[in-house]
Design a binder for this molecule. Structure first.
Ligand SMILES: *[C@@H]1O[C@H](CO)[C@@H](O)[C@H](O)[C@H]1NC(C)=O
Ligand SMILES: *[C@@H]1O[C@H](CO)[C@@H](O)[C@H](O)[C@H]1NC(C)=O
Ligand SMILES: *[C@@H]1O[C@H](CO)[C@@H](O)[C@H](O)[C@H]1NC(C)=O
Ligand SMILES: *[C@@H]1O[C@H](CO)[C@@H](O)[C@H](O)[C@H]1NC(C)=O
Ligand SMILES: *[C@@H]1O[C@H](CO)[C@@H](O)[C@H](O)[C@H]1NC(C)=O
Ligand SMILES: *[C@@H]1O[C@H](CO)[C@@H](O)[C@H](O)[C@H]1NC(C)=O
Length: 455
């Protein structure tokens, strides 16, 4: 009888079979996330003819692939499913670039500090999760994270706004004249985690410095018990003319960094307070306990999220997981927010021809007709992180991590960084000529590359 009813319902509602999820059951979480992870991998064709190893399909930018491999790494760590590990490893290593620093020459027209940052953060996670180590002739996970961080140190720009990273690495990309929270947030996150992983105080000093600078330019704004965190500002007016948009992933970067520093400092009340005040504000991203990207996907409003923004909830969920892992006083509140969000996410995964494609809005009842890499990543990491307290904490050297690095990783990049920075500044109105200019600069870069090799 039951079977008949089910059959009847299945015929009646052919696409309404959401991913079923009971977060109290490990089997249920594993089954649900296996379906979602498989859907995520539909956006990867790096192993097929015409695809590039480590890149996601068009139109997804390079940075998002880095973030997605981090999602897949967490998928393995939390569920134990090793199916995709060879692909994750191969991808993280294929995209390191000639100098082993996640500045591959293919990406010089798109790559900003934040883009490099998310690949560095994925490598950091690989080190902390004791992911299968690269062979001896390849850079270690820790090395890659250090390379990214060390290069950011060389780009710390005190000539404008008394410090901070610009958004862009290369002068010819739009946004060179903008400093933003996400680039500096990636640097802060790496600094915090490198401090804890290596035990080296220099990284923690950098984390303090980045936090102070974010407050100084008021990207990070204290307001009676909470921290508001804005997108960024152009260089003029000492970076004080802010773009007042708030994104989930920016809160995540700072929350996670604060949580790692709380652990590194043996429970300093400073980092606990900072995390608490960030979390107090980050609650605006929940409606009846369900996470949403308020700035571009408002409840009942028009959906304006671009492809990048659709994966921010994945990054936010992962970093809330770190916060709950390390800061006991925030644990219950964060875990209950993740649990209710995961229920919303799972019921959104009821679309597409497979019947379990994930949607963008989790507050919408059922699938909202949006689909993509970001939708899969976000549902995946939110559901995975409901289990974060059942798995081991990120490792450090002290607790048995095996990945090795080098304090000077990434230093060969200096010669390649902004070779024409004195001559070239592209403003918004110059974009039409940017392609030609890029070609010229690429030739210049190539000749510098050859010069470096043959010298
Ligand atoms: C760079 O682009 C070329 C041409 O599309 C491709 O063959 C190569 O695999 C790419 N390299 C990386 C590291 O993405
Ligand atoms: C601040 O930014 C807005 C919008 O980007 C712009 O219209 C305005 O002129 C800027 N003001 C200053 C003082 O730079
Ligand atoms: C934290 O505690 C550990 C173990 O007792 C100690 O080795 C370390 O120096 C302490 N770190 C700080 C920043 O106090
Ligand atoms: C890390 O991985 C190595 C190699 O697989 C293994 O021997 C070691 O026990 C692992 N360490 C921890 C702390 O998990
Ligand atoms: C890291 O360095 C230690 C000490 O030299 C060595 O025992 C270990 O095998 C190295 N790990 C890797 C993954 O190469
Ligand atoms: C800590 O890191 C800094 C910068 O990366 C390096 O210069 C210094 O030698 C390191 N200190 C120790 C004790 O390893």
């Amino acid at each position: 009888m039951r079977g008949l009813i089910r059959l009847f319902l299945a015929l009646l509602l052919p696409v309404a079979q959401a991913v079923s999820l009971d977060i109290k059951s490990k089997d249920s979480v594993n089954a649900a996330t296996a379906l979602i992870a498989k859907g995520l991998m539909d956006y990867y064709d790096g192993n097929k003819y015409g695809g590039t190893v480590g890149m996601m399909t068009a139109p997804y930018y390079w940075w998002e692939a880095g973030a997605a491999w981090n999602s897949m790494l967490e998928y393995w760590f939390i569920t134990g499913d090793e199916t995709y590990n060879p692909t994750v490893k191969e991808s993280l290593l294929y995209q390191v670039g000639a100098n082993k620093d996640y500045l591959p020459s293919n990406q010089s027209t798109t790559e900003g500090n934040d883009d490099q940052g998310f690949w560095g953060i994925a490598a950091m996670a690989a080190a902390e999760r004791n992911f299968s180590n690269p062979s001896e002739n390849q850079p270690g996970w820790l090395y890659l994270a250090q390379a990214v961080f060390n290069q950011m140190v060389t780009r710390w720009d005190t000539e404008n706004c008394n410090g901070g990273l610009r958004w862009q690495i290369y002068t010819w990309n739009a946004g060179w004249d903008y400093k933003n929270t996400v680039s500096n947030g990636c640097m802060f996150n790496l600094a915090a985690r490198l401090a804890r992983y290596t035990g080296n105080q220099s990284y923690a000093d950098w984390a303090d410095k980045i936090w102070d600078w974010l407050q100084e330019v008021e990207f990070l704004n204290y307001d009676s018990g909470l921290f508001k965190l804005y997108d960024g500002a152009h260089l003029e007016n000492e970076c004080k003319n802010h773009t007042n948009i708030e994104w989930t992933y920016n809160y995540g970067l700072l929350l996670s960094g604060s949580a790692f520093l709380y652990d590194f400092t043996n429970q300093s009340s400073v980092w606990e307070e900072r995390a608490t005040e960030l979390w107090n504000r980050a609650k605006v991203f929940f409606d009846n306990g369900v996470m949403y990207e308020a700035a571009c996907n408002p409840i009942g409003g028009t959906m304006r999220c671009n492809n990048d923004q659709r994966c921010f909830k994945a990054i936010f969920s992962r970093f809330l997981g770190h916060t709950a892992t390390f800061i006991p006083s925030l644990q219950d509140d964060i875990m209950s927010s993740l649990d209710s969000s995961a229920a919303g996410a799972a019921q959104s995964c009821s679309g597409g021809t497979d019947g379990h494609t994930c949607g963008l809005s989790w507050t919408y009842s059922g699938w909202d007709n949006y689909y993509g890499l970001g939708e899969q990543m976000s549902a995946l990491e939110c559901i995975l992180n409901t289990q974060i307290l059942t798995v081991a904490k990120p490792l450090s050297k002290r607790t048995g991590a095996t990945s090795n690095g080098s304090e000077t990783a990434g230093s060969t990049q200096k010669t390649l960084n902004n070779p024409l920075s004195d001559q070239t500044v592209i403003t918004g109105t110059d974009r039409a000529g940017a392609g030609v200019l890029t070609a010229v600069i690429l030739v210049a870069l190539l000749s510098i590359g050859f010069w470096m090799i043959w010298k």
